[in-house]
Ligand binder design. Sequence first.
Ligand SMILES: Nc1nc2c(ncn2[C@@H]2O[C@H](COP(=O)(O)OP(=O)(O)OP(=O)(O)O)[C@@H](O)[C@H]2O)c(=O)[nH]1
Ligand SMILES: [Mg+2]
Length: 585
Amino acid sequence: MSATQGTVLPFLYPCLFRAASPAGYRTRPVAKAYRTLSRSFHQSQCQRKSLAETNTDRRAAAQDPPPVSAHSRLNPAPEDYSRNIFVDKCTLNVHTGSGGNGCVSFQREAYIPDGPPNGGDGGSGGNVWIQAVAGQTSLHKLARRGVVKAGRGIGGQGKSQGGKKGEDVCIQVPVGTVIRETWRSDPVAEEEARFREMEPSEAPLRNKYLMYAGTTGKEAVNVASSMPPPSKPRRSPLCVLEPGNPIHLDLDKPMEKPILLAAGAVGGLGNPHFTTKDEPKPKFATKGELGVRLKLELELKLLADVGLVGLPNAGKSTLLRSISNSRTRVGSWAFTTLEPSIGTVVLDDHTGRPTIRSGVEGEGQRESFTVADIPGLVQDAHLDRGLGLGFLRHVERARILAFVVDLSAGNVVAALQNLWKEVGEYENLRNVEINQETQQSGTIQWQGFAAGKTNPLFTSGEQEEEEMIVYPEPPRKLEPLKLPPISAKPWFVVCTKADVEGTQHEYMKLRKYMEDVEAGRVTHPSGKQNAWRERIAAIPVSAIRGEGTSRIAEWTAGLLDSMAGAGRPAEVVGSQRRGRVIEAV
Ligand SMILES: Nc1nc2c(ncn2[C@@H]2O[C@H](COP(=O)(O)OP(=O)(O)OP(=O)(O)O)[C@@H](O)[C@H]2O)c(=O)[nH]1
Ligand SMILES: [Mg+2]
């Protein structure tokens, strides 16, 4: 039970703590600094008071919690909270920019009244980029926005001036977002398909051309007849950087640079492109290609580094307030929290000096991690009672689970077992669902013979009707995300309300039970064989007094370090672009 040793603040159960820090966890510098500080403070106190007086004071301070003001940050008034808007799933329409039109223009100067063609090409449309950035926790801004449009390319102008390129857009999403395409309308792909089916003798696609502004009547017919045969539609050279079609991206690492989601369309060609021996002054240019429209589903696969799982009123929100900058609602009634709320635990003292040394070699110092306060869990939540399945969906999206048990409520071992039971039952249900879906997708659906349709067994040699191709394709149904098993996640227990008198006994019982689980003497509370048993800890805290909570940050940082590959930046494709940046939060 190494988590209880070497705590920075041995305030609650001093007899349980020893000086050594847990092996492998780099907490020594902080603990040492604290010890030096407290020793010098203690010495200065001793100079003024006798030892007996000091000990009496210390004992009193340890037993009687200081009076908590009704309006302190950790015990706030019911209305003292900031509204938390959290969205973990949203649909986003993405439009890349269309290309600008080519220009029909002729040189006109003094003594050159009717010069050669000099119409510029249209600018290409803006691209859409995507980047996963650390520090963002929700998709609510993108959900509210709904549509993201890159800029349209500007048309070319006379004197061979090319049009300006459309503005790029970069969508910033939280780390752990999965992006899946449900629908796509790609006018260039549609035209390519039409082009393949087209006979070479067919007339050019007139709607692709622009005529000189002054062309009228009979002249227009002549201009049209001089237009070249249709050519294959053009695409931006950046298309090679696009992810495959349909898009499926799992952005589980912070990215230094954005990657291309969809390239903008190319601009039209100016009239100098169409000069030939027979037609030295073409009076037409081409229009820019149309941009791609995508419907994407964004889902947060990773909600936070740590998920707080506990019964209603266990003190999860107070704990989150005490370890992070969160202003989530706290109340002495059940279901105060109805939506998950994410807090960021900063691991430096705001001067760039780390309070806890954390990070994997080669990846630099960890600066922060996120904690999700998840709504309270009730018995039979896996049967959708209380906030039920919605709540459990969030549990499986945390990297580490912190089970929060209320020491003052008594029987903490049973409370922990019940929490694990609900989580385990949910996992079973989910596995059954996934298996059913896999089986269904592998079986042939017999639909019988619908009225009006020909029975294939009794056809009289009639030619089968051709399958109709619909453009654009109807939206496709997405399968649920595949997530790692919950019981295999690292976990620990936070024992809250340790300031309440008579809770030491409960804590000791839990500690004993956890030692047995770790050693494999009792079955894992999840009931699963391969569940996580290494370095499980029970950390007593008084969140309302802000005591013992720094231990949680240390323990979590240690666990995150031990999890392979945590925080390594994703492979970078593409380059840093200038343009608008749209953040998810
Ligand atoms: N004495 C004491 N009281 C606490 C402590 N932590 C929380 N409380 C009190 O417990 C009550 C519930 O706290 P919350 O943080 O709202 O509990 P919760 O788990 O978020 O509850 P739900 O959101 O309903 O699931 C509040 O009245 C808190 O003031 C603690 O460490 N000591
Ligand atoms: Mg709460």
